[in-house]
Design a protein around this ligand. Structure first.
Ligand code: PNS
Length: 168
């Protein structure tokens, strides 16, 4: 009997925090994938608002009980993480043209590091086309309404974090 091979992709990112745009890409991915592993980068490349643990816990809160979504973290090279998980597919969202150069560079670099690794890009729905974690944080800091951009749990966590940060 043939072995059933699951189609699994790793969806890597900073997720500071996860937005409805990320969630839409995951949902779209699950229309043809068996499972998606959300891999939160621990690399301190940016000034993150949330710690790695907070970012992971927030995502876990959204996907609790969801059998097709796993939340993990990785440090070091993404291709090395894929090797440890024995997966050769990366999922990324592609929004506006402005994303293209950065995404193209990453995908090609990963392919050079390991020619067996492919990246699939999915376009989020047009209502999410301009959402980014940075924009959501900026709107939240300026006391705008972010309800349309993130789930309620993320909105609450952001408001709390901003309160704490502005008290300092
Ligand atoms: O959400 P982001 O910040 O656009 O995600 C970028 C991320 C974390 C996917 C990317 O920076 C990454 O893969 N970092 C791991 C280091 C690595 O493998 N670099 C070489 C490929 S560019």
């Amino acid at each position: 009997m043939d072995k059933i091979v699951e189609k699994i992709a790793v969806y890597p990112g900073s997720f500071d925090p996860i937005t409805n745009g990320h969630i839409d890409v995951i949902e779209k991915g699950l229309s043809f994938l068996d499972r998606v592993i959300i891999a939160v980068s621990t690399y301190p490349r940016k000034n993150f608002l949330f710690t790695v643990e907070e970012r992971i816990d927030l995502i876990k809160g959204i996907y609790r009980g969801h059998k097709k979504v796993e939340v993990d973290k990785f440090d070091g090279l993404l291709v090395d993480y894929l090797h440890t998980r024995d997966i050769n597919l990366i999922l990324r969202g592609l929004r506006a043209v402005s994303d293209f150069e950065y995404e193209f560079q990453m995908a090609l670099t990963n392919r050079i590091l390991d020619k067996n690794i492919e990246t699939v890009f999915l376009m989020p729905g047009e209502e999410f086309f301009f959402i980014s974690s940075s924009l959501v944080k900026e709107i939240a800091f300026l006391k705008g309404d972010i309800s349309k951009f993130v789930p309620l749990s993320i909105k609450d966590a952001l408001m709390k974090k901003i309160e704490i940060t502005s008290d300092k």
